[in-house]
Design a protein around this ligand. Structure first.
Ligand code: UTP
Length: 470
């Protein structure tokens, strides 16, 4: 029964997938055949040969750094007004990319479950839910901002149980939607598919570009469109500072008639792992940091600034109609090869976890959808207010670093609102995103409560336990 499949696999140069066939029990044979049938061999073969002959390498000759729009003054006010109106009219949903494996962080649960509230220790998911609640309380109505979460085989059941256990953070089960991304195989440096059991090919989530396939499969895009949603605000699960449903960002997207808007930051160094945003003869593109040649990443202008400094922080607004057009393509996104340490069988059929990279994970990237539109906008972000990712176990972008950034931000909001406090007087501070998710909203809330009342209240908290939680 396996004959034709086996022949096909052999002809594709992947005959080793059957090397343990004779030892396999019937159920495992069936599982292997099913996995092989689900793989798009032609697509994988094409990607491997493009990668091996170097034609996937980026030529920077015709590229220049992308310019970012700074939202200020009247432009900012008008953008906020349009964003607010869109939320009022229930035209916006939020979408969190939560399918990654978080290998660098090494946390045993999905990243979104990780505590982030400096005092409450509430999770990243609860933190984002608070941000959504702020807007549904202030300008919308309960449920007016649906929340979509993209999960993967590695995170789905734990994320769904976490939401159930926490009663969907008060947002209402019917307003939270999960969609699971697909898988892609891993290949070794010779382009051979790797195996992690004698009947199983190594697979990993298909990258955040898997969102397109996941939306198509789940039918959620149609559901959103039917409900009148026109704009999707998308962000990473690990950035607690993201301004979820940022009114000005959404409003600017609407005012510009864009299909795709992304937020940018000036890279701190050539090695900062942000995609490089470039202008390719009038078309915006984002190039993965690992695909940006070192000599290009290090180029500096006469003022000593990095030339290709415009970096993407994976915060987007994407039009539902644009997404619908993409969902009609069968394979809209190219495959990226990322060198990784992949547990795999050795030639004796024993599972080994190597000490250094032994192959490539294949992934798709959401920003590659830019090739399908000329209507893209890049909006400058403010690092200290909007970006502090939780990526590593220690050092930069670790939990400790993120908490420090959060606390520094809260102190500056208090000072800016006329309620300065001395950092030496307390140990921890947390300003709930449900109270105010950003500096301007915080200022407005303080003005409404009154500075004196807030100061006295903070003072009492400091006296009782040296902690402040609002
Ligand atoms: P990263 O590329 O930083 O990956 O993802 P990661 O899984 O968080 O961490 P490492 O690289 O394994 O250490 C950026 C965002 O894209 C999501 C992640 O969950 C994160 O929000 N993502 C990534 C997915 O949703 N699916 C994927 O297949 C990959």
């Amino acid at each position: 029964m396996e004959g034709p499949v086996r022949q096909f696999v052999h002809d594709s140069g992947q005959g080793h997938l059957f090397q343990w066939w004779d030892e396999l029990i019937e159920a495992h044979r069936e599982a292997l055949l099913n996995q092989i049938r689900d793989l798009d061999f032609a697509m994988i073969e094409k990607a491997i040969s493009t990668f091996h002959n170097g034609s996937s390498q980026i030529d920077f000759t015709n590229l220049k750094p992308a310019e970012s729009v700074q939202l200020e003054g009247e432009l900012l006010q008008e953008a906020k007004r349009l964003g607010e109106q869109a939320i009022k009219e229930r035209k916006v949903c939020a979408l969190t990319l939560a399918g990654g494996q978080g290998t660098r962080l090494g946390y045993e649960l999905p990243k979104g479950v990780h505590p982030i509230g400096p005092v409450s220790r509430k999770s990243l998911f609860a933190w984002f839910a608070d941000k959504i609640k702020f807007f549904t309380n202030r300008i919308g109505t309960p449920g007016s901002i649906p929340w979509l979460l993209m999960t993967s085989h590695f995170t789905d059941s734990e994320i769904q149980s976490f939401f159930q256990h926490n009663d969907f953070f008060g947002l209402g089960k019917e307003n939270v939607h999960f969609l699971m991304q697909g898988l892609l195989p891993a290949v070794d440096f010779q382009g051979k598919l790797m195996m992690d059991a004698k009947h199983h090919i190594c697979e990993n989530p298909d990258g955040h570009g898997g969102l397109i396939r996941a939306l198509r499969k789940s039918n959620l895009l149609e559901t959103m469109a039917r409900q009148g949603v026109q704009y999707i605000f998308i962000h990473n699960v690990d950035n607690c500072l993201v301004k979820v449903c940022d009114l000005a960002f959404i409003g600017n997207h609407i005012a510009s008639g864009a299909d795709f808007s992304c937020k940018s930051l000036a890279k701190r160094s050539p090695d900062e792992t942000l995609g490089t945003i470039v202008d390719d003869r009038g078309k915006i593109r984002i190039i993965e940091y690992s695909d940006t040649p070192q000599e290009v990443a290090c180029l500096r202008d006469e003022r000593g600034q990095l030339v290709y400094r415009t970096g993407s922080i994976n915060i987007y607004v994407i039009g539902v109609d644009f997404m619908q057009r993409l969902c009609n393509h069968s394979n809209p996104l190219p495959l990226h090869f990322t060198s990784k340490t992949i547990p795999a069988l050795d030639s004796a059929g024993i599972l080994k976890t190597p000490q250094k990279p032994n192959g490539y994970k294949l992934e798709t990237k959401l920003f590659d959808i830019l090739q399908y539109t000329d209507k893209a906008v890049v909006v400058g972000a403010n690092r200290s207010e909007e970006f502090s990712p939780l990526k590593h176990r220690s050092g930069e972008e670790s939990y400790e670093a993120v908490i420090q950034d959060l606390q520094a931000l809260f102190l500056s909001w208090l000072e800016d609102s006329g309620v300065p406090i001395n950092a030496a007087e307390f140990d921890k501070i947390e300003l709930s995103p449900e109270f105010a998710p950003d500096r301007d909203s915080f200022r407005e809330r303080v003005a409404a409560i009154g500075k004196t009342a807030l100061s006295e209240w903070i003072e009492r908290q400091i006296q009782s336990n040296r902690q402040i939680i609002l």
